[in-house]
Design a protein around this ligand. Sequence first.
Ligand code: ADQ
Length: 722
Amino acid sequence: MIIVSNRLPVTAKQEEGTVQFVPSVGGLATGLRSVHAAGEGLWVGWPGIAADALRGKETAVCRDLADVHCVPVFLTARDVRDYYGGFSNRTVWPLFHYFTQHATYDRGHWDAYRRVNERFAAATAEVARPGDTVWVQDYHLMLVPALLRARLPDVRIGFFLHIPFPSYEVFRLLPWRREILEGLLGADLVGFHTHDYVGHFLDAVHALLGRGHASGEVDGGERPVRADAFPMGIDYDRFRTAAEAPAARREAGRIRRHVGDRKVILSVDRLDYTKGVLERLEAFDLFLAENPAWRERVTLIFLLVPSRTRVEEYRDLKRQIDERVGRINGRHGSVGWVPIWYLYRSVPFERLVALYRAADVALVTPLRDGMNLVAKEYVASQVDGDGVLVLSEFAGAAQELGEALLVNPNDVPGLARAIGEALELPKRERVERMRRMQERVAAHTVEAWAADFLAELGARGRPEHVPQPLEREAADRLAAAYTKAESRLLLLDYDGTLVPFAPTPAQARPDRELRTLLSRLAEGSRNEVVIVSGRDRETLAAWLGDLDVGLVAEHGAWVRERGGAWRATVSRDAAWKARVRPLLERYLRRTPGAILEEKAFALAWHFRRAEPYASRLRVPELREELRDLAAQLALHVLEGDHVIEVKAGPFHKGLAAARWLEREWGFVLAMGDDRTDEDLFASLPAGCWTIKVGGSRSRAAYRLPGPPDVRALLARLAGGRR
Ligand code: ADQ
């Protein structure tokens, strides 16, 4: 697997003429590091130092990076300025976070973006081999999927966007909106943090490219492309273990001693206008003004990591923050009490975790945020389990962390009230809310996120089940194989295959022509005809019981061999659960609000309380995947009101056919028109003739339009040599 992202997981630093490497910071680098470390793969990206400064040392850098499975893309200072500082951070970043007032539309920046994306695609194409999987990350590289696809049609390409995808009304402001969408659609799978972003993306694709979608699968184009939500998690154990370690306990104790018996509120961000820092400060100011009783009893630890320091908006913002912190401390502080402890720097991991552990309240209130990992890191590091998370409803994380105190960060008085509420929440409630969030954050780790994305991407590579039309040449071969064979088995579905659908089931009784056809086919010792139907056995027996054919009723619950009596098929043990549970759990992770109920002989997946948009997408998918698995394991899938239940089902058409397939046959033909016939097709060994009647997707090798064509084919076989 090859990961492609703007930055490599290590950053090159020049010190006294030699190049050193340090781990890169940020959610993406941290999150994917474990994925990269786990496999044999490569990581393609910029090493974080301008090529101009490296002159002559490129080869050495390449060599050092190769040792850690990294492939550098060298960028000049100008590239970095225009592609990264320019298009990525002054066009895409503000626009996608709904800061349209900060977005610039500079053609020079766009040209640089295209040029650098080309360079990333070329560097990736150089190391990728057919059959590889390439996972492109984030908004800096949205053109790479299509550029790479043009070079390497045979690689599997995934793309993940770590920031929001804005609603169409905002996205359409971009002059190069089509190019961006076309770039992304070069991927097989385009992933986002939330279902809202998926919806926005699909809206834009529809509006701008005229391509609709069915359950997230984009219509048209040369290859199927899927858009889907994969909420990113964190390395839970890393935070948990560090927070429980003696070092963190000591450090947390030290912080607490400094603070005294005051409550600690924590705020941690990268400096960015999307993070709602000014609004947060204003709310804290208002809170102190309106709640004099809390003065001297609370301290806000306010951590900002410098970022994009060369961009004007960021320098401006920094100035405003400095001023505001100064004003609040001046206004409310007293001798011995500084309301805000302000740290403008990156802090080491252990210290960050100790702060998370020590904090009574975490204020995570971005105006917009793709996900926000700080919220999850705080939850993971809460060893005592009674901290309160105040979370913006505009962070992707809010969709998973519903037990947080959710706020609208633009509503400053509301935010001030939420601070008060968080400080006064009774212990029992704090513990209960935190416990639930911890369970979820612990289960939905960054590893699970990557595994889910890659599993879905892997599944994209499966050949499409599109049967070929049974045209003259194939029909001739089929007829020749039939004629040549000494023994032949014909497995025929009834409704929709041998007879067209009638207004009521009772009206679909066999006509004279069909009965004659079937009895001619069944004549003699070389042929065995089995009608494999979902109908009840009484009807089948009444309509066809007098013919010399085998019968399968109720999708395989009952079988009657030629000349025999009806027999019920047997039930099986419950080992199936271990195979089905992981699938249901995977969908649980991806459908906020769904729950899994385990019964003695069944697994029930309830989605009554699930987020509606998520379940609209997920349920049909789960249904589809379950169908395949259920067919393999002979399970029964039942659908109730907002519940999908899987039971140890003893039957399906494929299993029922197995008793005939135990014998040797020179020729096997199966025909059917609906889903239940897929079980039959799936169960047949290679070399059998399989024909789907009507429709387009099927496991069958061939297709015929409808019952008249089926009858014509059967008549041809019956008319041949017996
Ligand atoms: P970011 O905008 O960088 O990520 P976030 O998800 O909060 O935002 O990640 C920030 C990371 O920086 C966290 O892992 C945090 O621990 C670390 N950090 C913050 N302050 C720090 C400090 N003072 N010292 C050291 N470390 C600090 C983008 C998107 C997000 C999305 C991620 C992942 O903007 O919405 O969640 O990618 O997809």
